[in-house]
Every structure is written in C-alpha cells, then in structure tokens.
Design a binder for this molecule. Structure first.
Ligand code: FAD
Length: 531
C-alpha cells in the first residue's frame, strides 16, 4: 500500500479545511484531501452571508449577546466571545486575500439583517453567493503555496494511531469505489474538517457529502462527541415534490419576505420578531401549519430588485417555473446544520492527541442549542485562525512517524445509496423537526436492526448516536423539540450531552439483543456533564 508523509493532514476541503490549509502551510507541508470537489461542499453552497459586528451601531458584545440568546442556555460564553471578537479581524483578512464584499451606493460594506440578529451585521459577496466567493478567493490563494498538496476523490475511512493512541494519519480509498487504499501520515496533526450530517435526513439543504463521516472517524479514535441531538432545520427551502430542497436564504426574509399560508394569513404574526424569529421557532410553525393540512409560502412579491439581490435564488425559482416577484414561493423546512459535533476547543483540539476538528464537524459550544444565522462560515474561519495560532505559538513536538507501529481501528466501508435512502426516511420520522419518545424508540430500533446487517457502516453509527442523544435529553431546548417534554428543563441549562467510545461498545451487544435500548442508552451511554 502506498504511504505518504506530511506535517499536517487535513480531511475536507470546505471553507474550514481550505482556510486551515492556507494558514498552516506557513508551519509545514500540508495535505488537503476530500471525497468531493471543493465546489460540492456546504461552504460553496452557502448563500446568506457571514456575520461580523462592523456597523456603526453595532459592537462585539451585542453580537455575542445575540449568539448566546439564540443558543438557548447551552452556548459556551468563552467560545461565543471568541467568535464575535475575531469576526472583524476575519473580515479584514478576507479583504486582504481578495474577497470583495457587496457595497452600498456610498461605497461602504452593505450589512444585511437576518433572524435573531439585533443589528444589521451580515456581510454578503456576490449577492447570495457568499460561500462561493469566499471559497474562490481561498482556492486562488492556495495556488501560491507550493507546500500544499491537494487531492480529491479520496474518501477517508479510518484514522491511524500509534500505541499511545496518538492520531498519526488517515487511510483513504478512492471515492470512485475502487478498492485501492492509500495511507497518509501526519507528523504534527490530523485535522478533520468534514462538515455536517444533513444527508442523514430525507429533506436537506446539504450536498451529498454531508454524511457526518468525521464524527465516526473521531469516535473510533476515542474522541468525545457533544450535543448531537441539536440539528437545525432551516425553515425555508423550495418545496416541490421530487426536487431536492433548495434553500431560500434567511436574507430574503431579512429583505422583507413574509411567510403566509393558503388563506393568506401571516404565519409568524403573533411573534415579536415575526418572520425573523429564531430558525427553530419558524421551522416548527411552518411544520405545524403543514400538519394541519395547509401549505406555507414565502411572499417576496413586494421585494424591490429581487433579481439583483438574490440572483441564484431567482434563477433557481425560474427554473422550477415560478417567478419570485409574481408568484408565492412554496416552502418547507429541511435539515441544514449540526450544532453538535466532535467536542473541541476553539483551536480545534479534541481529547485525542494529534487529532483536531474544525468547522461544522466540531462542537466548540459557540452555537449552543441553536445557531444564529451566518455564524457558521464565520466559525470555520475563526477556528482556522485559532488553529494557526496554536501551531505558531506552541512548541508543538514533531513526531517522526514510525509506520510499522501503526494501530488500526475498525475499517469502515463507504455506505451504499440504498442504505442512505433508508436511513434518511428513518431519521426524518424519528428525530426530525418534532420528536417524542415513541418516534425516537421506533427509529432507534430500526437503526439497530440495520446495524446488525451492516456492522461496518459509519452512517448507521451516526444515526444511532443522534437518536440516542435526543432520547437522553428529556426537554425541549433550541432546535431539539420534544412533544412529550415541550419546555426547557432548568436543571439542564448548560448541561451538555456527551458520547464516548468506552461507554458505547459495552452495551452494543445487549442493545442488539434487547429492544429496551433507550433505557439502557439513557442510563449507561450518554453522559450528561456539567459545563
Ligand atoms: C445551502 C446552504 C446555505 C448556507 N448558508 C450559510 C450562510 O449564508 N452563512 C453561514 O454562516 N452558513 C451557511 N451555511 C452553513 C455553512 O455553509 C456550513 O456550516 C459551513 O460551510 C461548513 O463548512 P465546513 O468546511 O465545516 O464543511 P463543508 O463545507 O461541508 O466541507 C466538508 C468537506 O469534507 C469532505 N469530506 C466529508 N467526509 C469526508 C471523508 N470521509 N473523506 C474525505 N473528505 C470528506 C467533503 O468532501 C467536503 O470537502 C449554509 C449551508 C448550506 C448547505
């Protein structure tokens, strides 16, 4: 088997991975690998923008306050402060590497408004193509760094560890499913930047690669996972049967779009921030209307210059045969963002030596129980900055990797489309916008049955952990809404859900034999730890 050595191995070439590659290349050689092209990442699809408190009436503390409030008592204030404080510096850095943010007629950066932000602080580039513009600028910048080696079509299936448990590399297979494997070794760090889990749900805004692979890689290596029950459902995706969910950015509601039902009644009329309430609330209200047999639409007909402001959304609507300035846009919520993830510090450090995680796959606690709109592109970059500082300031030991001493974890195999289809249906019903014990138990039972047939599936592990985490949280908070526990439990304020490998395998066999598993998982497996 071919083996290659670098200082840093980064898995994932979305915004987090690509920014980290650029910055870390000042400290050594970098391998940036991904199973899909960077243009197929969540980052490339991001529309709405990036939050930063740079307006005259705004400041870092207000940005932090809005983020904490949206996080519903589960955010880590240190992570939130770091996010808000670093944002203006990130804007400056992005401009230096060539990003040109949209400007007003007076030549100032124009700042948009989105749900639960108390000030206009959303920066856009290319109208509704912000993620794409950031990615393109970084992709150009990467070309100037000769010590970055980029490989695509590489599906990482397992991490390599030495006898002390330190992560020293990754093993990948060509994503076109030839059986050929390659091992990549990292002298200083392996960094997971593998994005979210949207593809585990039947309706999602996420591209096909968002299957939560990083969670499984980290867990198999012994890292802790945190708050997996918190999945954000974006309220507004275009709703056409048979078509993939296409996001109608929150910026459209920020520009005046109003949610109405079949009878023309404004769906959010009873709430103080109306259509700009936090995403979980808006998503649930739309879902409830649809459960009552009604449809929900976004009325954008009165928005001036819609086509100029939202060129991609306009083009997609036209391709579906609807005209945003003449027709109502049919909308429905879809899985969008994972607030939980691999437990990390802001600099990506996990609890396993040599292993780092950044971007959406990481859980720093900055998003708590619900993410404030436009904070995730920001977090990708803030984490890449902190990672860079970590390797600059600390006297990080370079380990000469002794390949012959590698310990192998369980080898995962790429999951089939057929299995993915099954999982998506189960997850949508079990742990979708509204959950309860019955839906969760049923979902868990099916996933465990599937695990018996597909023991090497990473997808099924992730599905199971999300459901198990949702079972363990007997309250509603932020994006986690349980019909059987509809209000927050004050005792669970600032209480996180943790999953660690040593607790789970011990019950795995029992869990397969006996379907009273939710009790066992609650008692044995999901550790509720005080922050
Ligand atoms: C439609 C849409 C619109 C959005 N709009 C906004 C917005 O306006 N503002 C905002 O802040 N956020 C937005 N978000 C969220 C934001 O885009 C993401 O949270 C963020 O881009 C995640 O970046 P990332 O680098 O962590 O992961 P991603 O960009 O998802 O990249 C993940 C990378 O990991 C690779 N990968 C995964 N598994 C493996 C594996 N096993 N082996 C090798 N490679 C692997 C993938 O190929 C990919 O390259 C939006 C998301 C979507 C889907």
């Amino acid at each position: 088997m071919e083996t290659l050595k670098y200082d840093f191995v980064i898995v994932g070439s979305g915004l987090a991975g690509i920014a980290a590659a650029y910055l870390l290349s000042s400290h050594g050689s970098v391998l940036l690998l991904s199973k899909d092209f960077p243009t197929e990442s969540n980052s490339f699809a991001a529309q709405g923008g990036m939050a930063a408190a740079i307006g005259m009436d705004d400041n870092v503390n207000l940005h932090a306050k809005d983020t904490l409030e949206t996080g519903n008592g589960l955010s880590d204030p240190r992570a939130v402060q770091c996010l808000a404080e670093t944002a203006p510096r990130i804007v400056h850095w992005l401009q230096e590497i060539g990003v040109s943010f949209d400007q007003s007629s007076t030549g100032q950066i124009s700042l948009g408004l989105e749900g639960a932000h108390s000030r206009r602080r959303i920066l856009h580039a290319g109208g509704d193509a912000t993620g794409r513009k950031l990615m393109e600028a970084l992709m150009v910048a990467l070309k100037e760094r000769p010590n970055i080696h980029q490989l695509v079509n590489m599906h990482v299936l397992t991490l390599l560890q030495n006898q002390n448990g330190r992560v020293i590399g990754a093993r990948a297979q060509f994503a076109n499913r030839t059986q050929e494997k390659i091992e990549f070794y990292a002298r200083r760090a392996v960094i997971l930047a593998t994005g979210g889990v949207g593809q585990l749900f039947q309706r999602t805004t996420n591209p096909r690669g968002a299957t939560g692979d990083g969670l499984v890689l980290a867990y198999d290596a012994g890292a802790s996972l945190r708050n997996l029950e918190f999945i954000q459902f974006h309220p507004t995706t275009l709703y056409f049967n048979g078509f993939p969910a296409f996001l109608i950015s929150e910026a459209v509601r920020g520009a005046g779009g109003i949610l109405v039902d079949d009878f023309g009644e404004a769906v959010m009329k009873d709430y103080p921030l109306r259509d700009l309430e936090a995403r979980d609330l808006v998503a649930r209200k739309i879902y409830q209307r649809m459960q009552e047999g009604r449809h929900v639409y976004l009325d954008c007909r009165h928005i001036q210059n819609f086509q100029q402001k939202f060129p991609n959304i306009f083009a997609r609507c036209i391709s579906y045969g609807i005209h945003p300035t003449r027709d109502l846009l049919p909308v429905f919520p879809a899985a969008h963002f994972m607030m939980g993830g691999i437990a990390t510090e802001m600099n990506g450090q996990t609890d396993v030596e040599g292993l780092y995680a950044i971007g959406e796959v990481a859980c720093t606690g900055a998003h708590g129980a619900n993410r404030l709109a436009s904070n995730s592109l920001l977090e990708c970059l803030v984490m890449a900055f902190a990672l860079d500082e970590h390797f600059r300031s600390e006297n990080n030991e370079e380990s000469e990797v002794n390949v012959s001493l590698t310990q192998y974890q369980m080898e995962r195999i790429p999951d089939s489309q057929e299995l993915l289809d099954q999982v998506q249906k189960v997850m949508w019903k079990a742990v979708g916008i509204v959950r309860d014990q019955c839906s969760l138990d049923k979902g868990l039972k099916t996933i465990v049955e599937l695990q018996q047939k597909h023991p090497q599936s990473g997808l099924l592990c992730t599905a199971r952990w999300i459901i198990a985490s949702a079972i363990s949280r007997q309250e509603s908070r932020g994006a986690h809404f349980r019909e059987d526990f509809p209000v927050p439990d004050p005792r669970l304020h600032h209480v996180d859900t943790w999953l660690r490998r040593e607790e789970f395998p011990s019950i795995y066999k029992d869990a397969c034999d006996d379907f009273n598993i939710s009790q066992k998982i609650r008692r044995l497996s999901v550790v509720m730890a005080e922050v």
